[in-house]
Ligand binder design. Structure first.
Ligand SMILES: [Zn+2]
Length: 116
C-alpha cells in the first residue's frame, strides 16, 4: 500500500487489534494504545465501527434491539479510557489481572448495553 500517511503503520497495527478489543482480549498496554489511537484517527474508528456492527449489531438485531453505533462506541472508548486511567493508578494489582481487567470491562459494557 506504500506510504499513505504518517501513521499508516500504526493504523495497520491498531486495526489488527480490533477483533481482540471487541472480544475483550487486549492487554492493558494494547488497550491503552488502541483507545488513544482511535480517539485521534477517524480511519481506524470507521474500521472499528464496521467490525463492531458486524459483531455486536447482528447479535442485538437478533434480539430486536436498536443500535446507536456512534453513541455505543463513544461510550465504550470513554469507558475503556477511564478504566485504563484508574487501573494505571494501581499498577501492582493490574500486573496480575491485566488481561482479565480488560475482559471484565468489556463484559460490563456489554451488560450495560443489554440493560439499556
Ligand atoms: Zn488509524
Amino acid at each position: 500500500m506504500g506510504t499513505v500517511g504518517d501513521n499508516s503503520d500504526e493504523c495497520k497495527e491498531i486495526q489488527s487489534l480490533i477483533p481482540g478489543y471487541l472480544a475483550g482480549k487486549l492487554s492493558l498496554k494494547e488497550a491503552r494504545a488502541f483507545t488513544a489511537h482511535l480517539k485521534k484517527c477517524s480511519e481506524c474508528r470507521d474500521e472499528m465501527e464496521i467490525s463492531y456492527l458486524l459483531d455486536e449489531g447482528i447479535t442485538r438485531a437478533e434480539n430486536g434491539e436498536t443500535i446507536d453505533l456512534h453513541a455505543d462506541l463513544e461510550e465504550m472508548l470513554d469507558g475503556t479510557e477511564s478504566l485504563i486511567q484508574y487501573l494505571t493508578q494501581y499498577r501492582n494489582v493490574v500486573c496480575l489481572i491485566e488481561s482479565t481487567a480488560i475482559f471484565v470491562l468489556v463484559a460490563c459494557f456489554l451488560l450495560l448495553f443489554i440493560i439499556e
